[in-house]
Design a protein around this ligand. Sequence first.
Ligand code: ARG
Length: 587
Amino acid sequence: MSLSNLVKEKVKKAYETCGFAEANTLVRLSDRPDISDYQSNGALSLAKQLKQNPRQIAQQIADILTQDSFFKQVTVDDPGFINMVIADEALSEKAFSILNTPQLGYERETQPQKVVIDYGGPNVAKALHVGHLRPAVIGEAIKRIHLFAGDDVIGDVHLGDWGLPMGLLITEIQERQPNLPYFDDSFTGEYPKESPVTSKDLETLYPIASQKSKSDEIYLAKAKENTRLLQNGHRGYRALWQHFIDLSIAEIKKLYDPLDIHFDLWRGESHVHDRLQKMIERLTEQGVIIPDSGAQIIPLGKSKTGNDLPPLIMVKSDGAVMYGATDLATIEERVDEFNPDSILYVVDARQGLHFEQVFAGAEKIGLTQKAKPEHLGFGTINGRDNKPFKTRDGGVMTLKMLIDIATNAALAKMNAGEMGRDLSETEKTEISSIVGVSALKFADLMNERMKNYIFDEDKLTSTEGKTGPYILYALVRMKSILEKMGEKAIVRENDKMVIRVPAERQLLLRLYQMPESLQTAYDNNAPHVICDYLYKLTQDFNLFYHDCPIKGTDETTRQTRLTLTKYALAMGLKMADLLGLRVPDKM
Ligand code: ARG
């Protein structure tokens, strides 16, 4: 049982003994950590109900709690708060049974959920850019938090692989290489295994094609027709398009792998094409989809805020299926295939209206009876001018550039001797990429999801303040302490702990507080709460490191401190892992 639940249980019993079995004890971590560890605010509302004096009720309960040696001190403070300080012996004694568990003290209080997380959302044939960092990094952390909490999670990348961009690429390649078999309708053989274009080609061809389509109507019409043919199963186009997909996925993985972003499903919009056709037929028959100036739409009612929602356009007047339509069919597919409790979309907040429409459509056709879809939006990464981050000359900041900036900054710090003093050149290169990526991810995750933030290259890799490197440094220090003392990071039951010094106590107490942070992070899908916790944990550790030497102390102190270090390391590594941060062995 977690420390908090242990306290809750004891307080509940005390309320019961005083005849308040029904009362809500409102036990929580203290708002005043300087005077207590936990507080119970239940006496206040109880007093109101019973028209009694809150202080008196609180005192009755405190008198009972005081008798329990688990508490060092229980006081009543105006107007009726019960403040509890846990005895040092109790904190020490419980460490093994609470912290040396697979979930390090966290216990789930609700039924595990089945959750589909839709995140990343890259598009085929387009280079990943700055806007793709957050959906990938935040989504990955949310996935890991749910997994840790015990949910059954499926992460799906939901590739953008089915719209006009595909038709544009086909058209452009057709103009350049008309003799390829993909364009020969009489061709019945097997199409080449090798792609006629490289991923680099795709990245350059797409903007060219897109540009042309804006000024050349015939070209645009051709691209639209090619999109339609592709979607309707044109053999050659499908084969060519499959090359785009394979090349793009390989390219995307080259960036996601170092970022430690992994998916269970690599499906895309195209995956629901057949289902979507059937869905459109069915909903048209049922009168849910209606024609509207050549298009086919689902009218929607009011939004949650009471505004009229624009209709969900399923098929445009030119016959193209829309982004909202594939999203709707994808909800149906996820419901059919996985029967999830929730479907979480980690997508730019600016797509808020889109998801409101899609979810309203899903509700209308009965897909949300069990599965609750939810849009987990996020703000933009801005430059110093507070506008979306660009390169110095105003160009697109690719994700690759962003990773390079972070990695190079980390390497520069190493070369300047700010970190990595005892590392060889090869180690520096290797470690700077781990540190740079973790710095980049932490600087992103630590912000409240919905807020925009300013990308600060200098702050990113600073070893001071709330940064990735500060945290990694502390974790590396823990590893190296244990290594130097010839200790494995494994706690044994007979590793005795006797805490005596405030810094020891503070660190131990922090370890016990993880479940609160985890629960808040889980409930709100808010990785920044884990960032806060991890930062505080490493701060507490650094204070402990400063105040509590291990060498030259008596055996009990030595063992206490080593054991604390082991727990801190286990907790720190776990939290870093939930955030998707890799931790080097040296730094
Ligand atoms: N590919 C989309 C984009 O670039 C993001 C996809 C988000 N997921 C979804 N199910 N719509 O905007």
